[in-house]
Design a protein around this ligand. Sequence first.
Ligand code: 6PG
Length: 229
Amino acid sequence: MLNVLRYPDARAAAESCGRGILDLLTAAIGTGKQATLAVSGGSSPKPMFELFAKSGFPWEQVQIFWVDERCVPPSDLQSNFRMANETWLTPAKVPSANIHRVPTELEPQEAARRYSEDVQNYLPFDVIHRGIGPDGHTASLFPGEPLIADHEGIAGAVWVEKMHQWRVTLLPGVLEAARNTVVLATGADKAEALAAVLRGPYDPMKWPAQIGARGTNVTWFTDLPKEIA
Ligand code: 6PG
């Protein structure tokens, strides 16, 4: 049975997703170790990051990673790191030693290799936060992407034709191995994709957001009513 939580609007869904993540991190820290969290980018997580910044959470006990990143400088408006840094990491004074961003100053393949080297020391992640695009992509695994078939690798560089952009993304094996996954799916433009991902036949090459997203350790947060998705 899929765990899908529905909210009246995108901010309510994002904030509840944020509180859900804090509860999962608290449980992980409770086992006596540092917790690990990987976050996605895009626009929908912004209210969640703002909630993190105001939460007073002990971020020094959490190692923070990215599910994917655009291969732009960390100061660029398109940088997922930048959005998280401005709305959460800096306001919450998260120690830099806890922040594992993708080294986008390097060539995409080299950035993916270096990032994999860093990430492999922390797997499996306690919590992975994912999004979904109107085309059913998740992380930077877009429909038809050959790396969707790679269950061994940790992170890879992908060329996203429709964005004319290189990106570095965590790969399916890492997404599927997460101890907990939360997926934030907000916006009417995602209704068709969400319906197919939640209820359609399993076809991750067509609907990448299905990867590791149907287990009992997965919670979906959405502002879409059951009738449409
Ligand atoms: C990215 C993301 C991507 C995102 C979806 C949804 O870098 O763009 O990590 O996978 O989660 O595109 O984006 P929105 O939240 O903006 O709808």
